[in-house]
Design a protein around this ligand. Structure first.
Ligand code: ZN
Length: 252
């Protein structure tokens, strides 16, 4: 009897320790333009792609040892004004302008609040593959537009990259290539001879892994003490959830 009680206490303690390592789920909301529905054939097709993006991000976090997961709490149509903006040939500047508009959109904010989403994204079809936009880049900037992002509907890892910025993750600038006149040359990131990088860097073949100290993935080292986005995300996960909730007043 005594022994079984001790065993139960031990079991309880180990379960508590495991639970303590878990981060609370991060609720996300995604709004789509009509062009995204065309791109994937139907609303269900677009939803399946969004779920695949969430799953890819969760897999990336698991690969990186981040004990948190995203949960899609709402998937619905964006306001018609975004349909009009979703056109071929957008530049990064235009994408960022759309994000600024989306971030300050009161109806999107109200929807986010009623659905209980901490992070929200506008899914667009014509955002260039490697060009999306996320705000903010620093947690201390969290304001009413806290964690919105404009994402490329077709790119599996674009949402995960943009949500990474919501915690204050930067672009990994290790092995940077200076490209004169290119404002993002600092962000070319940890690019290896095989053309891969972690998903907070810029390259043609981002891997489903976040940079961390001594983080190896498929035999390569992704990150070091200066490029530790695993730590940034885990440190700010709970704060982002709380700050985003605090940034909005309940809709009237
Ligand atoms: Zn970025």
């Amino acid at each position: 009897m005594k022994r079984s009680l001790a065993w139960m206490v031990a079991l309880f303690l180990s379960a508590t320790a495991l639970a303590a390592q878990k981060l609370p789920p991060m609720p996300v909301m995604v709004l789509y333009t009509k062009a995204v529905v065309s791109q994937f054939g139907s609303v269900e097709g677009a939803r399946a792609q969004t779920l695949a993006q969430v799953q890819a991000c969760n897999a990336s976090y698991a690969n990186s040892g981040i004990p948190g997961e995203y949960v899609l709490v709402y998937f619905g149509p964006a306001a018609p004004k975004y349909d009009a903006l979703d056109k071929p040939g957008m530049s990064y500047k235009q994408v960022d302008d759309v994000n600024a508009l989306f971030a300050m959109d009161r109806s999107a904010a109200k929807l986010r609040f009623t659905k209980g989403a901490a992070l929200y994204s506008l899914s667009m079809s014509w955002v260039p593959k490697s060009t999306a936009s996320g705000r903010p880049h620093r947690v201390q900037d969290l304001g009413p537009w806290a964690a919105s992002s404009v994402i490329n509907a077709g790119s599996l890892l674009a949402p995960c990259h943009e949500w990474g910025h919501a915690y204050g993750s930067g672009h990994d600038d290790q092995h940077q290539l200076a490209v004169p006149g290119d404002q993002f040359s600092y962000a070319r990131g940890v690019v290896y001879a095989d053309g891969t990088c972690d998903l907070m860097a810029y390259c043609d073949d981002p891997q489903q892994v976040i940079s961390g100290v001594r983080k190896t993935w498929k035999g390569r080292l992704y990150g070091d003490a200066r490029h530790d986005n695993v730590r940034v995300i885990m440190t700010n996960w709970t704060r982002v959830r709380a700050n985003v909730a605090k940034a909005y007043l309940p809709p009237k």
